[in-house]
Design a protein around this ligand. Structure first.
Ligand SMILES: [Zn+2]
Length: 283
């Protein structure tokens, strides 16, 4: 029987938040059995602790990133941290944060993954629990579609499609999300946006920390960045990264084959809410 895990030692990361544009510092700290992934707003007097799960997720505010909330405290853009923890099978982790958004770093999960590996993964006493399904499940919301099929590991098949001359359809399948596949195939894929969206995002107070260093900016004829793409199909890989993170809002790891079409944060959260209702927890 697999055991729950946490990390061995604490490790910190600093940088600016993608949407807030503010300096941010997070500290990953070891945690105890059955605590889940918890963000602690150490800048607030109450030191509000928010467990990263579907109960605390705010899908209506998950426009360009996933958001959790407790009382009046929010933490935005948590998905790249969650994806790394999910892929590495880290069940319990405290994430201290000194503002409302973790650093965006290079727009991928590469540095979060590196930090967690450096901190080391430690086994705890309790058995690990997973969500799984016995029967296929299907969920459609807005432009997104999700199917889950019974499977003894987490497999993801994802398709994205845009009505855009440069980025149209991309498809990516990963047979098993685990430490190695995440590090090599998923974690380095960067956040992206379309050039025409930037002005509107900024008017809405989003992407204030966005730059060519932390996001791929797509134009009609290609990308505006000097750094070449890390993968030819980097955009769909990033969507898989975001999905692996959002799926961890289930509160436990998932075993299942997930086929997602046009996933996005808001719909991912609503899907996870439906999924946990129908799924069962197994060891
Ligand atoms: Zn992302």
């Amino acid at each position: 029987m697999a055991k729950q895990t946490t990390i061995y030692k604490e490790i910190s990361i600093e940088g600016i938040g993608l949407h807030t544009g503010k300096e941010s510092k997070i500290v990953f700290k070891p945690s105890l059995d059955d605590k889940g992934i918890r963000f602690v707003r150490v800048d607030l007097e109450q030191k509000t602790e928010i467990e990263a799960n579907w109960r605390n997720a705010v899908s209506s505010q998950a426009v360009r990133g996933s958001v959790i909330k407790k009382d009046d405290a929010f933490v935005y853009t948590i998905e790249h941290i969650l994806a790394s923890a999910h892929a590495f099978g880290i069940d319990n982790l405290t994430v201290e944060i000194n503002c409302s958004e973790p650093p965006i770093l290079d727009g991928s999960a590469k540095m979060f993954a590196k930090a967690l590996l450096e901190a080391g993964i430690k086994e705890l006493e309790s058995d690990k629990l997973y969500y799984t399904v016995r029967e296929p499940m299907r969920f459609e919301i807005g432009k997104s579609k999700y199917c889950v099929f019974p499977c003894d590991r987490l497999e993801i098949d994802c398709t994205i499609s845009f009505d855009h001359p440069f980025l149209q359809v991309q498809h990516f399948t990963i047979a098993q999300i685990d430490k190695d596949s995440f590090i090599n195939e998923i974690a380095p894929a960067k956040t992206f946006c379309f050039d025409y969206e930037i002005e509107a995002l900024r008017k809405n107070g989003l992407a204030l920390g966005g730059s060519m260093d932390n996001a791929i900016v797509i134009g009609i004829n290609g990308i505006h960045n000097e750094e070449p793409l890390r993968y030819g199909d980097e955009f769909v890989r990033h969507k898989v990264l975001d999905l692996v993170g959002d799926l961890y809002l289930a509160g436990r790891g998932i075993k299942g084959q997930i086929v997602a079409e046009r996933p996005g944060h808001k719909n991912n959260i609503d899907f996870v809410r439906e999924f946990v209702k129908k799924a069962e927890l197994v060891k």
